[in-house]
Design a protein around this ligand. Structure first.
Ligand code: HEC
Ligand code: HEC
Length: 374
C-alpha cells in the first residue's frame, strides 16, 4: 500500500512538472491539431455467413481510427469520477462483455438494480437498448453510464476537459474525426467513437452453431445437440417454444421485442397486481400499466458465458432457467401468450443446454481487437 501511495505521489509530481513543457497542450494554447495527418479508412466489418446487414447511422460510419479511439475510451477509467472504473468494469471480454454478477456495482459500491448486458452483436439491437428499451442508439447510450450515480458517477464536462489536455487523446480524436483543434473535442464525439467500437463486437463465426451453418467442410452438431436444437425451435403447445421469442431467423436469438416471461410473483393475474413489480421495466418508459414487468428478449448467443441470468440476475444456471420455463413462472395480466408450461425429462433438459452451449463463441471473447489497449 505504502509503495502505491509513494508511486502515486511521484507520478503526480511528474505530471505537475511535465505541465510546464512549452509544447504541452495543457497550457491551453497549443490546441491546433492540423499538423497531424487525417487519413480516414473504413473499418472492414466481417460477420458470419448469414448475418443480416448491420444498420449503421450515416453520420457515424465505422472507421479504423474511430474504433481504436472508442476502444481506448471503453477501457479507460478516466471516465469515472475516482478513476477506478471504466465501461469494461461491468462489460468484460471474459464474460462476453458482462460482469457475471447478478447486479452491477458502480464506483461508490452501490449495487444497481439490474444485471449487466452482453455487448455481443449489440450493433444489431435497433429497437431499444437496455432491458427496458429506454434509449435507441448506441451513441445516446454511451453518454449515460458516465453520469449515472450508481455507475461511473462522473460529469462529461470534467471528462472532456481531461481529454483536451491528455497526452494522446487529442491526436486520436484528430485521426478519428478530422477535428482541427482540441476545442472541438466533445462528449458527442467520445460517444460516437465508443459506438463505433461497440459495433465491431460481432460474432466471430467460430461457435459450433455458426460453424454448422457456415464452415466448409461442414461441422455437424452431435445427436444430443441436434435434439436440443429441435426442442428449442419447435413451436407448439406444451413444448418449450423458445423461438417464439428467441428468434433464430435473424441469427440473433431474439426478436428484439419486450415481453413478460413471468419472472416475478406479483400476487396474481389481475390487472391491479401489475403495479406490484419492484422494477416496472418497459412500463417505466411508456407509463402504461400493461407494460409493467415487460423486459427485452435478450439474445442467447454466448449464454453459457453470461450467468447469472435475467434482468435481475435471479437465476444462477441454465438449469434454473429451464425450470422457470417448464413450470416455475408466475402469472400476470400481461403474461406473454407464448408462455405455456411444459414438462421436459432430464435428458431433454440436458439436450437443450447442450444446444445452447453450441452458441459459445470463445474466439469472440479472446479476439485481441476487442481487448484492453492498456
Ligand atoms: C456499473 C456497471 C456498468 C458500467 C460502468 C457500464 N455499464 Fe453498460 N450496462 C450495465 C447494466 C447494469 C446494463 C443494463 C441496464 C439497464 O437495463 O437498465 C448495461 C447496459 C448497457 C448497454 C445496453 C446493451 C443492450 O443490448 O441493450 C450498452 C450498450 C452498454 N451498457 C454500454 C456501456 C458503455 C459504453 C459503458 C461506458 C461508457 C458502460 N456500459 C458502463 C452496467 C454497466
Ligand atoms: C414469451 C417469450 C419467451 C419465450 C417463449 C422464452 N423466452 Fe427466454 N426470455 C424472454 C424474456 C422477455 C427474457 C428476459 C426477461 C427478463 O430478464 O426480465 C428472457 C430471458 C432468457 C434467458 C436469460 C438471458 C440473459 O441474458 O439473462 C435465457 C437463458 C432464456 N430466456 C432462455 C430461454 C429458453 C431456453 C426458452 C425455451 C425453453 C425461452 N427462453 C423461452 C422471453 C422468452
Amino acid at each position: 500500500m505504502k509503495q502505491i501511495i509513494i508511486f502515486l505521489f511521484l507520478s503526480t509530481l511528474f505530471l505537475a512538472t511535465s505541465c510546464d513543457d512549452d509544447d504541452n497542450p495543457m497550457d491551453g494554447q497549443s490546441d491546433d491539431l492540423t499538423d497531424i495527418p487525417y487519413t480516414p479508412v473504413a473499418y472492414d466489418l466481417v460477420v458470419p455467413c448469414d448475418f443480416p446487414e448491420m444498420e449503421i447511422p450515416v453520420d457515424n460510419p465505422i472507421m479504423v481510427d474511430g474504433v481504436e479511439l472508442g476502444r481506448f475510451l471503453f477501457y479507460d477509467p478516466i471516465l469515472s469520477a475516482d478513476s477506478t472504473m471504466s465501461c469494461s468494469s461491468c462489460h468484460l471480454p471474459s464474460g462476453s462483455f458482462t460482469d457475471n454478477l447478478a447486479l452491477s456495482t458502480g464506483i461508490d459500491g452501490i449495487a444497481g438494480r439490474r444485471s449487466s448486458m452482453s455487448l455481443l452483436n449489440v450493433g444489431y439491437f435497433n429497437t431499444g437498448l437496455f432491458w427496458d428499451g429506454r434509449v435507441v442508439t448506441l451513441e445516446e447510450q454511451a453518454l449515460l453510464p458516465v453520469e449515472d450515480p450508481v455507475e461511473l458517477h462522473h460529469t462529461w464536462p470534467d471528462i472532456v476537459s481531461k481529454l483536451k489536455v491528455h497526452d494522446t487523446y487529442p491526436e486520436m480524436f484528430r485521426k478519428a474525426f478530422g477535428i482541427s483543434s482540441t476545442t472541438e473535442i466533445t462528449k458527442e464525439l467520445a460517444a460516437k467513437a465508443i459506438a463505433q467500437f461497440e459495433r465491431t463486437l460481432v460474432s466471430s463465426g467460430q461457435s459450433k452453431y455458426d460453424q454448422s451453418r457456415c464452415a466448409e467442410p461442414a461441422v455437424f452438431l452431435s445427436p444430443q445437440e441436434q435434439e436440443g436444437a429441435v426442442l428449442f425451435s419447435f413451436e407448439e403447445d406444451n413444448h418449450p417454444g423458445c423461438t417464439h421469442c428467441h428468434k433464430v431467423f435473424n441469427q440473433m436469438f431474439t426478436d428484439n421485442t419486450f415481453t413478460n416471461n413471468g419472472l416475478t410473483d406479483i400476487g396474481g393475474g389481475e390487472v391491479d397486481n401489475l403495479s406490484n413489480y419492484p422494477d416496472l421495466g418497459l412500463g417505466e418508459v411508456t407509463g402504461s400499466i400493461f407494460d409493467n414487468g415487460k423486459f427485452r428478449v435478450p439474445s442467447l448467443r454466448n449464454i453459457a458465458m453470461t450467468a447469472p441470468y435475467m434482468h435481475d440476475g435471479k437465476f444462477q444456471t441454465l438449469e434454473e432457467v429451464l425450470d422457470h420455463y417448464s413450470s416455475g413462472f408466475h402469472d400476470a395480466a400481461n403474461i406473454d401468450p407464448d408462455m405455456s408450461p411444459f414438462q421436459m425429462t432430464e435428458d431433454e433438459k440436458a439436450a437443450l443446454i447442450a444446444f445452447l452451449n453450441t452458441l459459445t463463441d470463445q474466439e469472440f471473447m479472446n479476439n485481441p481487437a476487442h481487448q484492453s489497449p492498456f
